[in-house]
Design a protein around this ligand. Structure first.
Ligand code: PLP
Length: 374
């Protein structure tokens, strides 16, 4: 099989599965129990937390383990609103966010929050000046996607963070498509909260984290025994935490070595697709080397997907959670203003284990398929 849908999920790294299994069989005690096996499990949990922070250059942040990025994003957004409700009710975001952010904000809007959705430019990004101009004395939060999961557009997050810094608003970054793929360090980028998801970098599903400034006492969304510094109750999943730290270490270790190769594969994909009549590349030139989004005129994306699928090649239409709906991609619509183009969008997304043979087979099969369908 040729799997080119890595923005939806990645294959778990075999070493990560091994770590998970080993930790589960040896450290299954409740890490919150006071006995010896509980203490050993707790030590491992804290070791995973420390490793996660250190791999992301986080010296001022703590990590809260969650069930994935959706939970981390919900926690960051809803709890900031709760924490600062006396200070203001204004939140700034963009019109190309992942549904986890969009739906959390829609929920808060129903409770009276005022949301400003900044429009992205044709390159899929917002400028620091746009964010700065939208800030008011009532702004409590700016929540932005870093690398867009559909287009691959990269918001200039470090510049945005610096623009927000003098103001009281917090900055939350959805870094799900960044971490383990593109070099990123919290040491160089003053963000207050960052969400990530393990299954996007060779880790396990149901596993993510929110990194947040240590001084931020976010009120919990899950109430219970007060685990995870009181911010996320429930018995901690030590094997998943250990697997997350392992997956991140492996991904970051391999990141630099694979960067040029992946960028060159994506360049080949984009130039070959662009040469097919009626194909438009939607991803910006300066986007993520892992993601190509393109629209194919006159052919339904589902038809292309199925044609490729029959040959064992797997790509996607819009984001995985909404790919069963025949709706235009809100991201491509925001970038192009063209609903037809947004309805025809397909996404090809790579991982560190994608080979040039995978890409060659995909490109020749795709080119033939488009020919046949026309
Ligand atoms: N944010 C982005 C940019 C994503 O790509 C995803 C996953 O598709 C999420 C958030 C949600 O992550 P999870 O599936 O781990 O909840």
């Amino acid at each position: 099989m040729i799997y080119l849908d890595n923005a939806a999920t990645t294959q778990p790294h075999p070493d990560v599965l091994e770590t998970f299994q080993q930790v589960y069989s040896q450290f299954w005690a409740n890490p919150h129990s006071l006995h010896r096996p509980g203490e050993r499990a707790e030590q491992l949990l804290e070791q995973a937390r420390k490793q996660l922070c250190s791999l992301l250059g986080a010296t001022q942040h703590n990590a809260i383990f969650t069930s994935g990025a959706t939970e981390a994003i919900n926690l960051a957004i809803k709890s900031t609103r709760e924490l600062y409700q006396a200070r203001g009710n204004h939140i700034i975001t963009t019109n190309t966010e992942h549904p986890a952010t969009q739906a959390s904000l829609a929920w808060l809007a129903k409770q009276g929050a005022a949301i400003t959705e900044l429009p992205v430019g044709a390159d899929g990004t917002v400028a620091p000046q746009q964010v700065e101009a939208a800030l008011t004395s009532r702004t409590i939060l700016v929540t932005l996607i870093h690398v867009n999961n559909e287009s691959g557009a990269i918001n200039p997050i470090a510049d945005i963070a610096r623009a927000i810094h003098p103001h009281q608003a917090l900055l939350h970054v959805d870094a799900v498509q960044t971490i383990g793929k593109i070099p990123f360090s919290l040491a160089d980028c003053p963000v207050d909260m960052l969400s990530l998801s393990a299954h996007k970098f060779g880790g396990l599903k149901g596993s993510g984290a929110l990194l947040l400034r240590s001084s931020l006492p976010l009120p919990p969304q899950l109430h219970g025994g007060g685990q995870e510094h009181g911010m996320r109750s429930g018995t901690a999943d030590v094997p998943r935490a250990a697997a997350l730290a392992k997956a991140l270490r492996l991904a970051i270790e391999a990141q630099e070595a694979s960067a040029l190769r992946i960028a060159s594969l994506t360049q080949t994909i984009q130039s070959t697709l662009a040469a097919i009549p009626g194909v438009q590349i939607n991803s910006p030139a300066a986007g993520s080397p892992y993601i190509t989004n393109a629209s194919v005129e006159g052919i339904r994306p589902e038809t292309l997907l199925h044609g490729l699928s029959e040959k064992g090649i797997y790509i996607s239409t819009v984001s995985a959670c909404s790919s069963k709906q025949a709706e235009p991609s809100h991201v491509i619509l925001a970038m192009t203003g063209d609903a037809t183009r947004a309805r025809q969008a397909i996404r090809v997304s790579l991982a560190q284990n994608t080979t040039s043979a995978d890409v060659e087979t995909f490109l020749s099969t795709f080119t033939q398929l488009v020919d046949q369908l026309r």
